[in-house]
Design a protein around this ligand. Structure first.
Ligand SMILES: [Zn+2]
Length: 285
């Protein structure tokens, strides 16, 4: 069994609703959390995504554009759960956008895992002429260069399609040509529940539940593929979760801090304790 914590590393006060929920223009702004997830158990400290490197000049500009506040380093964030970045032995990357894969250099002892089509899809996109780059707005090319370097060095595993037990009781579920070329959802089979980290397949609950809870899936407002692929992925996940939406963790959704036992620290950032393995002490007391 794994213990699971959702760790906020930055906070956005004003994200246009139209970018969170496709087609919902002139509907104001939403708050978002920027997070990664720690999954601990079976001898592993696994991180789902890396977050950003707020000390990098390019990232600073992206943080400013995206209204990201209170950024803190993985060193600072992981200290809250008693770890350092060097303790992380696996990093499962949901997709290559900068808020999920900007900190590859921070985890020196980690083996990274990404979908092959995700990495190579961005390589192909990046070598197109600039006029094709509108869907690259959440991409930081240096991260793709670094991911390729890690792949060449054998520290990044490129998986193809669905993978059962990438680590004990952890599966990877691909989502092609939607939000990105090949995002992946991480499914954790725990005795208490099957937990899902959906990456950016959804930004907020309404992507699953619909506008005003009308039950009509809403794709996120940013993608390289089709809205139908995004909707099909949402539906596939609801089926895999047997309709239990509270087991589908949306990392950008600020309601996580009310939904799960959580603590807000002096840095204004939250930690949620999603699942605790037997005998594991709470880290938020
Ligand atoms: Zn994101």
């Amino acid at each position: 069994m794994y213990s699971i914590w959702l760790l906020e590393y930055g906070h956005v006060y004003r994200q246009p609703v139209g970018s969170v929920l496709a087609g919902q223009h002139n509907k104001g702004f939403r708050e978002l959390s920027f997070t990664y997830m720690l999954v601990q158990g079976n001898g592993h400290n696994i991180l789902i995504d890396t977050g950003t490197n707020g000390e990098d000049e390019t990232t600073k500009k992206l943080h400013e554009r995206d209204d990201v506040h209170y950024w803190q380093s993985p060193e600072h964030i992981l200290k809250k759960v008693g770890l350092t970045p060097d303790d992380i032995d696996y990093v499962l990357i949901t997709h290559a956008h900068y808020d999920h894969m900007d900190n590859l250099k921070a985890f020196k002892n980690a083996q990274f895992v990404i979908q092959k089509k995700e990495l190579l899809g961005w390589v192909e996109a990046m070598v197109k002429p600039p006029k094709f780059r509108a869907p690259h707005m959440a991409l930081k090319p240096d991260n793709i260069f670094e991911a390729l370097r890690l792949s060449v060095d054998g520290r990044m595993t490129l998986v193809e399609g669905e993978v059962k037990n990438i680590l004990d009781d952890i599966d990877l579920i691909p989502a092609y040509d939607g939000h990105t070329f090949a995002s992946q959802i991480v499914m954790i089979h725990n005795p208490d529940a099957n937990w899902f980290n959906v990456g950016d397949i959804a930004y907020v609950n309404e992507n699953f539940t619909g506008i005003g809870g009308d039950g009509v899936y809403v794709p996120v407002g940013l993608g390289v593929g089709t809205q139908y692929h995004m909707i099909e992925t949402l539906d596939d996940l609801v089926k895999r979760a047997e309709g239990k939406l509270d087991q589908i963790i949306i990392g950008h959704e600020t309601s996580n801090w009310e939904k799960f036992p959580s603590k807000k620290y002096e840095d204004n950032l939250w930690v949620a304790e999603i699942s605790l393995a037997d005998g594991t002490a709470s880290k938020i007391n």
